[in-house]
Design a protein around this ligand. Sequence first.
Ligand SMILES: Cc1cc2nc3c(=O)[nH]c(=O)nc-3n(C[C@H](O)[C@H](O)[C@H](O)COP(=O)(O)OP(=O)(O)OC[C@H]3O[C@@H](n4cnc5c(N)ncnc54)[C@H](O)[C@@H]3O)c2cc1C
Length: 493
Amino acid sequence: MKSVIIIGAGMGGLAAALRLRHMGFDVTVIEKQKRPGGRSNVLQEQGFRVDIGPTILVMKDTFEETYRAIGQDINRRIKFAPLDPNYRIYYHDGTYIDLYNSMAKLAAECERVEPGVTTRLFRFIGDSARKYELGMDFVARNYDRITDLANPSAALRLIQTGAYQNLFAQVGSYFKTDKLRKAFSFHSMFLGLSPFDALAMYSLITYADLVEGMQFPMGGIYSIVEDMVKLAGEMGVTLRTGTPVEEIIVEGGRARGVRLAGGEVVRADIVVSNADLVYTYKKLVPAQYRRIYTDARLDRMEYACSGYLLYLGVDKTYPHMRHQALYFSEDYRANLDAIFRTKTLPEDPSFHLNNPTITDPSLAPPGHSALYLLAPMPNLQGNVNWDEAAPVVREKLLRQLERLVDPDIRKHIVWERQYRPTDWLHDINAPYGVAFGSLSHGFFQSSYFRPHNVARDIPGLYFVGQGTYPGIGMPMVMLSARLLAERLQREAS
Ligand SMILES: Cc1cc2nc3c(=O)[nH]c(=O)nc-3n(C[C@H](O)[C@H](O)[C@H](O)COP(=O)(O)OP(=O)(O)OC[C@H]3O[C@@H](n4cnc5c(N)ncnc54)[C@H](O)[C@@H]3O)c2cc1C
């Protein structure tokens, strides 16, 4: 039986472990943190249970397929609740709209803001569906050579859909009001990209959100991680937590195992890194073996944004809230330019507000709520001093909560935690403290151009997770595990 070491127990590492074990490999997962999950982690304190990172689950089929591939049915193991509306969008002037995935209700909401918009809204959704279909042609596949990109029908559709254009500009051709332009362009932020810089192709995420809908696993996103860990144990995967890998051992030009902090050496036929790809190359692979991804090349790459998170336990419930909400600052452009261009603290941060206790009250003690606020922030390539900035951002977020949710909210906070860009750096070795994933999804960092899931200069070394293709976000990470398994299967046959 061939042995595999997987560095990192993020969702990608766990999904790969399940698949490779099912294929007959002897699998050992080695995780730096005490608790598996990586970015998809959890805080459990004083009766509150809050997801630390991802909260929005779209493209659930990628999870269903992962489970099917190992002979399991995720829907029998985890209960999912559909969310409708997907989000409430709050604007600076105190108004809001709900983004439903029922098309009639969505149109009615948009008409309140922009009378006469329905035909253009449906055209936007239809055109986004075509981008989704086109995008999937490039996403769900392994790449070996640039000619793998050659696809005449896709090239035609690329031109027909204008997927190569600028996202915000294209959204502006469907919607006349600033409010709807914001509501239908923000999704690229999930890939760590400003809608002012992203390709229009990424309105495929808006489509997936709106039409396929969002699901909430009862118990929170972390219940999926817990279930994967349980399955891994039952299938005979060895999981070592609290065990940082310090080096990938390369002998005779080939990856042969890893050296752990403390000096222990663990050998294997194959090493798969789910730790961030840039970090893996820079810190775990000795420089003399890196012909392709040198430090200079990695430094020239484009990095995604980070985020400041505030988690609050409140001794009150808010039935008028929606499970998911977004607040958009009035000057959307200034907010995004601060995050992505000047890499400075945004004056009026936009943020994501999540109240999972609306759907699953068991995530807080009876009569309480658990709130999650995520404000996208510049990554650590900027010069923000987070010891000084964190209290400032916290205060801004609390002021908005007073306006949007409850003027007395401060009196009701009984538990509080936060997460800063510097925490992503220290806890999961995320370069520049990036949050959602490290390499942003510009054209030259996507599909064939994204670092591949096999290290071409070091046989025996592979990657899984957000750093390789398809890229950032839980569904993409699930797909990356599938692509890795397919590659190893192909190499074995
Ligand atoms: C705040 C936030 C919100 C997000 N929201 C969403 C969302 O709503 N929906 C969505 O789909 N996605 C979301 N994402 C993105 C999503 O969480 C990630 O893209 C995905 O979870 C990445 O998974 P991964 O398997 O690639 O790796 P990671 O989760 O990054 O895991 C990598 C693992 O490697 C470990 N590791 C690193 N170095 C070492 C070492 N030397 N030795 C051993 N182990 C090591 C780390 O500790 C970590 O556990 C969000 C992310 C964040 C941070």
